[in-house]
Write a protein that binds this ligand. Structure first.
Ligand SMILES: NC(=O)C1=CN([C@@H]2O[C@H](COP(=O)(O)OP(=O)(O)OC[C@H]3O[C@@H](n4cnc5c(N)ncnc54)[C@H](OP(=O)(O)O)[C@@H]3O)[C@@H](O)[C@H]2O)C=CC1
Ligand SMILES: O=C(O)[C@@H]1CCC=N1
Length: 268
């Protein structure tokens, strides 16, 4: 069987997390990484991962099977315009950019181009991304097979419609940042009681790891919350305070604001 060759255009943390997962789980795939102009970064990646890099991706495009656009949404119009005349039949174009679904790729590329949208999160770095994805109109079963083997190399992956990926980008792609913000706030609360920041970090991170393990085991956030919240007890007072201060509403607003911005980025 032919060795599948991936070209990454963009060499930031998201590209690195994805190709590191692919190298570990799909060693049969060949990888070339490119970026805009940071040659030091390419040199570092080449030495660390023993992969091919190129500062001129246009020279490699015709040799590859899958092109992964891991550059910012704002770079897409220019990159897609440059890709357009170089594409060959049967290549799969994948973007990981917020706000740029398969229909945007299809509109910018030759008719019949196979496209897909992968929305991972940074937990790809530890093989635990909860990724969501959508395919364009012209992907074949073979493209889907290759795509899912890439997506599953970085964690879990769930196929959705393009509209759903737009709307769930905040929940799977961005919400890790909301969770880390929550952790930061708890650390701040902990240090306000006179412990060191190292102590606060340990207390909070281990609490979060334990809670995540419980979620993984029981998969019932409401039931787990109820187990912590003794009737008339201390936790109930804390939950009531969160409710009074619009916790759920505030999170809903954050989700909407994130998705609105992602759509703006994708249409700029
Ligand atoms: N970070 C996250 O949690 C998530 C990010 N994403 C998406 O992943 C993508 C990559 O994000 P991230 O890794 O964080 O880093 P960035 O979005 O900051 O992308 C940086 C990389 O893109 C390259 N780049 C920029 N412009 C161009 C261009 N015109 N041509 C080629 N390469 C270019 C940069 O090269 P150079 O350094 O040489 O300028 C650099 O390698 C984004 O589209 C983002 O929306 C999706 C899900 C989650
Ligand atoms: O902040 C961003 O634009 C990207 C998309 C999802 C997570 N990070």
């Amino acid at each position: 069987m032919k060795r599948v060759h991936l070209l990454f255009i963009g060499a930031g943390p998201m590209a690195e997390a994805i190709f590191a997962g692919v190298l570990q789980h799909r060693p049969e795939m060949a990888i070339t990484v490119s970026n805009n102009k940071d040659t030091n970064r390419l040199e570092q990646l080449k030495n660390h991962y023993n992969i091919e890099t190129t500062s001129n991706w246009k020279e490699t495009v015709t040799e590859v099977d899958v092109i992964v656009l891991a550059c910012p949404p704002s770079a897409h119009p220019d990159v897609l315009e440059q890709l357009h005349p170089l594409l060959k039949k049967d290549q799969l174009i994948v973007t990981v950019a917020a706000g740029i679904g398969p229909s945007s790729l299809e509109a910018a590329l030759p008719k019949g181009t196979a496209t897909a949208w992968l929305m991972p999160n940074t937990s790809a770095d530890v093989g635990k991304s909860m990724s969501i994805y959508a395919f364009g109109e012209d992907v074949t079963e073979e493209h889907k097979k290759v795509f899912t083997s890439i997506a599953s190399a970085i964690g879990h992956a769930q196929e959705l419609t393009e509209e759903q990926v737009h709307n769930l980008t905040a929940v799977t792609g961005s919400a890790p940042a909301f969770l880390y913000y929550f952790v930061e706030a708890l650390e701040q609360a902990a240090t306000s009681y006179g412990i060191t920041s190292e102590q606060a970090r340990k207390l909070v991170i281990e609490m979060v790891i334990g809670s995540a393990a419980m979620l993984e085991k029981y998969r019932d956030p409401k039931g787990l919350r109820a187990n912590v919240t003794s009737p008339g007890g201390a936790t109930a007072a804390g939950i009531a305070s969160l409710d009074e201060n619009g916790f759920t509403d505030s999170l809903m607003k954050a989700i909407h604001a994130t998705n609105k911005r992602a759509k703006e980025l994708g249409s700029s």
